[in-house]
Design a protein around this ligand. Structure first.
Ligand SMILES: [Fe+2]
Ligand SMILES: [Fe+2]
Length: 266
């Protein structure tokens, strides 16, 4: 089920929870930035495209959208991309050269409808200026988030995401260590290369985010977080490289799970 809530009066979050067997829920967010040139950040996953489109229609007429900011081309971000492009001929996709290239392998983007940005570059969309940002943690080489000068929010793509047992609408509402533990687990699953990074280099990347002083951190896989939580969110990432590396269930574990399911069905 895809639902919506407001991060600010002019930013809606479209969200659903993706269950990972035995591990918890990954929140999956897309964002609608209202304004003189409305922008959608990512487009959900294909298996719930109908629900995504219904939730989108509840906050904006998709015909009014001018832009899609595609943070990256993973399947949980491109689910309704082509449907939206087909419905709205004026809609353009902000992405990178590599993003366009990866899309070419399955569902090419029309070249006259893309707008290429690289980290550090800006694009003006109506009353907002968006500065493209390479987040310090990512799972796809074309990943590009951005900072919105109007709201002050950082859209961080998969960075700062988490795996949780319950997902509140505000990251401040997690109980105890759930936020920290969920973020660290997600980072080890989604970005296992973190275990190999040079500490000083990684900390410099985190400092880059710190220096932006975002008013909000809006991750694709975390409830809305106030900028006052930034240090807490960064501390989780700081701990991720030395956390237990993730190892998925192997064939023996799969066969045991299947046997248990078969026994349970008799
Ligand atoms: Fe991703
Ligand atoms: Fe993602």
């Amino acid at each position: 089920m895809v639902t919506s809530y407001k991060a600010t009066p002019d930013i809606d979050i479209l969200t659903s929870n993706v269950p990972i067997p035995g591990m918890g829920l990954v929140p999956l967010n897309a964002f609608v930035l209202h304004g003189s040139e409305p922008l959608l950040v990512d487009t959900g996953m294909g298996v719930e495209s109908d629900e995504f489109m219904a939730a989108l229609r509840s906050v904006i007429d998709p015909a009014d959208l001018q832009w899609i900011w595609l943070t990256h081309t993973d399947f949980d971000h491109i689910g309704s991309l082509h449907r939206l492009l087909a419905e709205n001929p004026k809609l353009r996709v902000i992405t990178t050269f590599l993003g366009v290239g990866i899309m070419t392998l399955s569902a090419p983007l029309p070249m006259d409808r893309v707008y290429l940005v690289n980290p550090g570059q800006t694009i003006t969309v109506g009353d907002r200026t968006l500065t493209a940002v390479k987040p310090p943690v990512f799972d796809n080489p074309c990943t590009t988030g951005f900072h919105d000068d109007k709201s002050g929010a950082l859209f961080s793509s998969d960075c700062f995401g988490g795996l949780f047992s319950d997902v509140p609408q505000n990251a401040a509402d997690f109980a105890g260590d759930d936020l920290r533990n969920g973020q660290i687990l997600w980072a080890t699953v989604d970005s296992p290369w973190l275990h190999k990074v040079d500490t000083a280099t990684f900390h410099k990347e985190l400092d880059g985010i710190r220096s932006m002083e975002p008013t909000m951190v809006l991750s694709s896989h975390l409830p809305a977080a106030s900028g006052t939580m930034l240090e807490q969110l960064l501390a989780s990432l700081t701990a991720a490289p030395t956390a237990q590396p993730f190892v998925g269930p192997d064939q023996a574990a799969l066969e045991q799970m299947l046997a248990e399911m078969a026994a349970g069905s008799h």
